[in-house]
Design a protein around this ligand. Structure first.
Ligand code: IMP
Length: 435
């Protein structure tokens, strides 16, 4: 019996690193299947259990719950070497996922050629500030129909397909000597894929059956709406659809299979890499947030740019994804600040006009400046708060102001890295899952 109401998507609403991993980990116990549907090892989800953190890049964050079946959909691009490293890291903590894992045979493989192309492009004059993991070129080759999929490796054509990518990468980079030979890549892939062979299959069929049987499904977004190739700050974006549309193309499930959408945002904003960021704080407050929030990339270790919460961005992302409720993460990072800002709108520097929406064209981002409203900080810390009434009045006011500015209800607030640090908002629909 189909039960879409029990299926939930968790999506990032800013520029990534919102803390989706914590929410997925927290909620996974309620779900039978946890699904990744886009992105690759550019993602880095840190989950903290008993003070110990585990970084996952490609394995769905539901891995830590033995009852969860893990699915990697066709929209994901996979680096098999990294995937094995993660499986090994989990094994060392006593977690084995091989018996409860399905990788779509249609998911594309990130080849060494993609990584070489990514780094070659980044060393040129047009920098995006990518993670250097070959994500863009892997999706690019997928669209060019030159990709190599998981299901291809066992076929007699595998070497020929790898050779096509090698040829294309050599043509672009102009130096094939620095690239590994197709034979070497083929050999390596064969040995990497061997232990996973039983896990590779029809992920779409698997998920369709799960939906038909009424098994609850959790969809785990990677990156975030502002990095979406269509709806983000193009060209400073990743190469997949990280917003709601990517869930359907990346799994093959229909929109009616989804019950609710939980959007995730930090209580402030961060971004890594190049690109517009109107609420950025290039001052001591920005540095304080970076240090207190440990805002350094999980995947690359790069310092993240930090700024106030941008309600224009959040409203836009809520609209695109049809967000039913929002999780506000890392509220405790703002503890101790005298005042806290919310960017309510932008001002067009050229015309002086107030803008309630994000600019449509890339170059227009350069002419916006933030209109910031300030709120009183709180002296009693929020760190570790586990109920709404534990929050200082000023923090409650700040959260209420966010809700009002983005016209979306907050359903969960995180107040620290541990699973237990946080609260679901009073009367929230998410209580059923979060408790
Ligand atoms: P790529 O996805 O490696 O091609 O990088 C494109 C842009 O997306 C860069 O600005 C990256 O910093 C950013 N990006 C990619 N993945 C993540 C993520 O998981 N969190 C935050 N930013 C990301």
């Amino acid at each position: 019996m189909r039960k879409s109401a029990d299926n939930l998507a968790i999506l990032g609403l800013q520029w990534g690193d919102e803390g989706k991993g914590k929410l997925v980990d927290l909620l996974s116990a309620n779900f039978k299947h946890v699904v990744r549907f886009q992105g690759g090892n550019n993602a880095g989800h840190t989950v903290v259990v008993n003070g110990e953190s585990i970084a996952l890049h490609q394995v769905p964050s539901g891995a830590l719950h033995p009852g969860c079946f893990l699915v990697v959909g066709s929209g994901v691009v996979l680096n098999l070497e990294v995937f094995h490293t993660e499986l090994e890291r989990l094994r060392k903590r006593g977690i084995e996922v091989l018996g409860r894992l399905m990788l779509s045979s249609s998911a594309h493989i990130i080849l060494p050629y993609h990584i070489a192309m990514d780094n070659w492009r980044e060393s040129g004059s047009v920098r995006i500030g990518t993670t250097g993991r070959g994500i863009g070129p892997a999706y690019e080759m997928k669209a060019a129909r030159l990709g190599v999929r998981l299901g291809d490796i066992s076929s007699p054509n595998a070497l020929a397909r790898i050779s096509m990518v090698h040829k294309e990468a050599s043509r672009i980079i102009g130096d094939h000597e620095s690239l590994p030979s197709p034979e070497e890549v083929h050999r390596n892939l064969n040995s990497l894929i061997l232990p996973l062979q039983k896990c590779i299959g029809d992920a779409q069929g698997h998920l369709f059956n799960a939906w038909r049987n009424g098994d609850p499904i959790l969809f785990e977004g990677a990156q975030a709406t502002m990095l979406d190739i269509d709806h983000g700050t193009y060209p400073f974006v990743t190469s997949s659809n990280c917003s709601i549309g990517g869930l359907f193309t990346g799994t093959g499930l229909p929109p009616k299979s989804l019950g609710k959408v939980l959007g995730v945002a930090k209580a402030y904003t961060t971004r890594v890499g190049v690109g517009p960021f109107p609420s950025e704080l290039n001052d001591l407050v920005g540095e304080h947030i970076r240090q207190t929030g440990r805002e350094f990339g999980t995947t690359t270790g790069r310092p993240r740019r930090c700024g106030w919460l941008d309600a224009v961005v959040l409203r836009n992302s809520c609209n695109i994804n049809g967000v039913d409720g929002i999780g506000i993460m890392k509220l405790d990072v703002l503890d101790g600040l005298d005042r806290i800002g919310i960017v309510k709108a932008y001002k067009d520097k050229a015309t002086g006009k107030r803008m309630a929406r994000i600019p449509a064209a890339t170059h227009n981002w350069e002419s916006v400046e933030p209109i910031t409203e300030y709120f009183e900080g709180w002296s009693k810390p929020t760190k570790g708060a586990r109920s709404w009434k534990d929050l200082p009045t000023q923090a409650q006011k700040y959260l209420n102001a966010i809700e009002e500015a983005i016209e979306t209800k907050i359903v969960y607030v995180s107040t620290g890295p541990d699973r237990e640090d946080g609260l679901s908002a009073p009367r929230s629909w998410a209580k059923k899952w979060i408790g």
